[in-house]
Design a protein around this ligand. Structure first.
Ligand SMILES: *[C@@H]1O[C@H](CO)[C@@H](O)[C@H](O)[C@H]1NC(C)=O
Ligand SMILES: *[C@@H]1O[C@H](CO)[C@@H](O)[C@H](O)[C@H]1NC(C)=O
Ligand SMILES: *[C@@H]1O[C@H](CO)[C@@H](O)[C@H](O)[C@H]1NC(C)=O
Length: 283
């Protein structure tokens, strides 16, 4: 028993380096936690501290859930990728092992193109070793990059929408400008669909800048973002004001012309009236 505990501790130390995030429980088995962004590949670590050759041994990866799922099975060179039956549909064609690592007791696997449904607790089991060994790995698939939509563009403002599609645990969503200031935004719209959170956040911007929608899941130390560039044509505003000026000047000018013409007409009329008066008859 003591030997097993030491073995787990050693596993933890080397995984600290390779996996990044570790949660050693005071009681119960050590659990290695791996966090990955949805869509990327991930290595689930599992190594015997004895480093004994496992090329001719058996190891079995399973995923916990409502029902246990077969993730990867290897038995002395026979495995799911070369004909052995029984792999869960969810993992078909996405899981591989490191053949060159087996001689070092390394039964780590790689899962390609992770999906949200891959989140969960995995076990890596060596049932036939003396003593048998089992390792616990928690895979957390972090929130995907958010989608950004540009809505209601007007001359001097743009409405930006950020959308997170399915994240667990519930993420915090914020709009930031290039300098990192958090922008005032509307109340986020959150919907919970079977434990996955869909979040929409709107903000209105009035300046040319790079804007970032930042998605944070504090519990799992995961953060991701998307960025967009907004160009507000400040010249357009100046232009429109100079147009106004031209309009105003134009108005003034036509006013002047009209005034001069009126004056001329009045003068002509007066002369005519005077002449009529001199001649002694009116009209
Ligand atoms: C096991 O193999 C994987 C894949 O090559 C590697 O990333 C990992 O560091 C190895 N683990 C140990 C303990 O050497
Ligand atoms: C793994 O199991 C623990 C304990 O049952 C649970 O709290 C945790 O949510 C599980 N992790 C995932 C990613 O489902
Ligand atoms: C965008 O503009 C349309 C039409 O002017 C308006 O109906 C809609 O409410 C606006 N959307 C938002 C989110 O302000």
């Amino acid at each position: 028993m003591r030997m097993k505990q030491t073995a787990l501790k050693d596993v933890c130390v080397c995984l600290l380096i390779s996996a990044g995030i570790i949660f050693g429980h005071e009681t119960g088995p050590a659990v290695v936690r791996v966090v990955v962004e949805v869509g990327s590949d991930v290595v689930l670590p599992c190594s015997l501290s004895s480093k004994e050759n496992i090329v001719d041994k058996l190891f079995d990866w399973r995923k916990d859930g409502q029902r246990k799922k077969e993730v990867f099975y290897y038995n002395a060179g026979i495995h799911y990728n070369n004909g052995h039956d029984g792999q869960d549909q969810q993992f078909k064609g996405r899981v591989s092992y490191f053949s060159d690592q087996l001689k070092n007791g390394n039964a780590s696997i790689k899962i390609r193109n992770t999906k949200m449904t891959d989140s969960g607790n995995y076990t890596c089991d060596f049932p036939r070793l003396q003593p048998s060994q089992i390792f616990y790995i928690e895979l957390v698939v972090g929130a995907p990059k958010p989608y950004i939509w540009t809505l209601n563009v007007t001359e001097d403002r743009v409405l930006l929408q950020c959308e997170v599609r399915g994240a667990s645990p519930q993420p915090k969503v914020e709009w930031k400008d290039r300098a990192g200031n958090i922008l005032p935004a509307e109340e986020p719209q959150v919907s919970d669909r079977g434990g996955r959170y869909y979040v929409t956040l709107l903000t209105t911007v009035t300046k040319t800048d790079h804007y970032r929608c930042v998605v944070t899941q504090e519990e799992i130390h995961h953060q991701t973002h998307s960025e967009t560039y907004v160009f507000i044509n400040e010249k357009l505003c100046e232009e429109s004001s100079s147009k106004e000026l031209i309009g105003w000047l134009g108005g003034l000018f036509s006013g002047l012309v009209l005034g001069v013409l009126t004056l001329a007409a009045v003068l002509v009329a007066r002369k005519h009236i005077k002449r009529s008066l001199i001649k002694g008859k009116f009209i």
